[in-house]
Design a protein around this ligand. Structure first.
Ligand SMILES: NC(=O)c1ccc[n+]([C@@H]2O[C@H](COP(=O)([O-])OP(=O)(O)OC[C@H]3O[C@@H](n4cnc5c(N)ncnc54)[C@H](OP(=O)(O)O)[C@@H]3O)[C@@H](O)[C@H]2O)c1
Length: 278
């Protein structure tokens, strides 16, 4: 038996995945109607939902919702897997809170949208006690491949945030670039294939980036910060000229400006890392 608390699109997708894989599932959701149509046992109260299983999966908007639901409830002896998004700091606090109540706490982040949960491409970062993750790996694998990243609480959350850092910024960059094209009166369809091509170039460039970040050396023989910073300036100018919101390219330009001010003008773009890191 698996208990799932939280029946937004993600929780619902997990329940469907568990049922398809043959698991019995008990669910609870603040708004009871969201359980309608799910082939699961609907617990009338949170306490009943907790009493149904040792494994309790949370799929909530944030960690505050977890306290709203579980504070004062009998969680002793439960293995709580919180797959809700929040900051790593909030996640560490939650792990401490749960352990003070006698529960085992695992945090995680699902790296696919709801429609891809429980498919071959889904994967989920987890951190917390490895023995508990491995014990429930057969059940957790239904949601997506288990990517265990370490025992420190919040690490799974951090890997999730890091992936979304790239994802959200990339999506915003795509929208910005598309808006520049459309502002010139060109149909967005004429640009789209070039946007897609860009991702292959990024993959290629990142191979060298890792080497430079690891070594702390940023040779800029082929392309340097002054040249790329000038391009960043030009994108801000293009935005301003066409009335497209310049906030995103301006943030990028500011990294180049600060790298140049720090003496990295002749280095590779990877030297921006020296400005970004703490
Ligand atoms: N959707 C995605 O594509 C996606 C992808 C990866 C990760 N995630 C993460 O997975 C988590 C769940 O996603 P989702 O799209 O299903 O989220 P959601 O639509 O925000 O639904 C989350 C659930 O949280 C409940 N909830 C929120 N605040 C509550 C509170 N104070 N007390 C009790 N219940 C509360 C909601 O209950 P009610 O029904 O009563 O409102 C709902 O069941 C989020 O942390 C999200 O960031 C989502």
């Amino acid at each position: 038996m698996i208990t799932v608390i939280g029946l937004g699109p993600m929780g619902q997708a997990m329940v469907r995945g568990f049922r398809k894989a043959g698991h019995e599932v008990t669910v609870w959701n603040r708004t009871a109607s969201r359980a309608e149509g799910l082939d699961a046992s609907v617990a009338p109260t949170v306490t009943d939902a907790l009493n149904a299983s040792e494994l309790v999966i949370l799929s909530l908007t944030d960690y505050k919702a977890m306290y709203d639901i579980l504070d004062g409830q009998p969680i002793k002896g439960k293995v709580i897997v919180n797959l809700s998004s929040d900051s790593p700091g909030k996640t560490r606090e939650a792990a401490k809170w749960a352990s003070e109540q006698g529960a085992t706490f695992i945090d995680g982040g699902i790296m696919v949208p709801a429609e891809q949960v429980a498919t071959d491409i889904a994967y989920v970062f987890y951190s917390g006690p490895e023995d508990a993750v491995r014990k429930y790996e057969p059940e957790l694998s239904v949601i997506g491949k288990v990517k265990y990243v370490g025992s420190a609480p919040g690490l799974g959350q951090l890997f999730y945030q890091a992936q979304l850092d790239i994802f959200l910024t990339t999506l915003a960059a795509y929208l910005h670039a598309t808006a520049l094209i459309e502002a010139a009166g060109v149909p967005v369809t004429e640009y789209h294939e070039f946007a897609l091509e860009n991702f292959a170039t990024v993959n290629f460039v990142l191979e060298d980036a890792l080497k430079n970040i690891q070594s702390g050396e940023h040779p800029g023989d082929l392309a340097n910060v002054i040249m790329m910073g000038a391009t960043a300036d030009h994108i801000v100018a293009a935005s301003n000229e066409s009335g497209v919101d310049p906030a995103l390219p301006y943030a990028v330009k500011s990294l180049y400006d600060r790298a140049i001010a720090k003496g990295h003008g002749r280095d590779s773009w990877t030297s921006l890392y020296e400005v970004i890191k703490p």
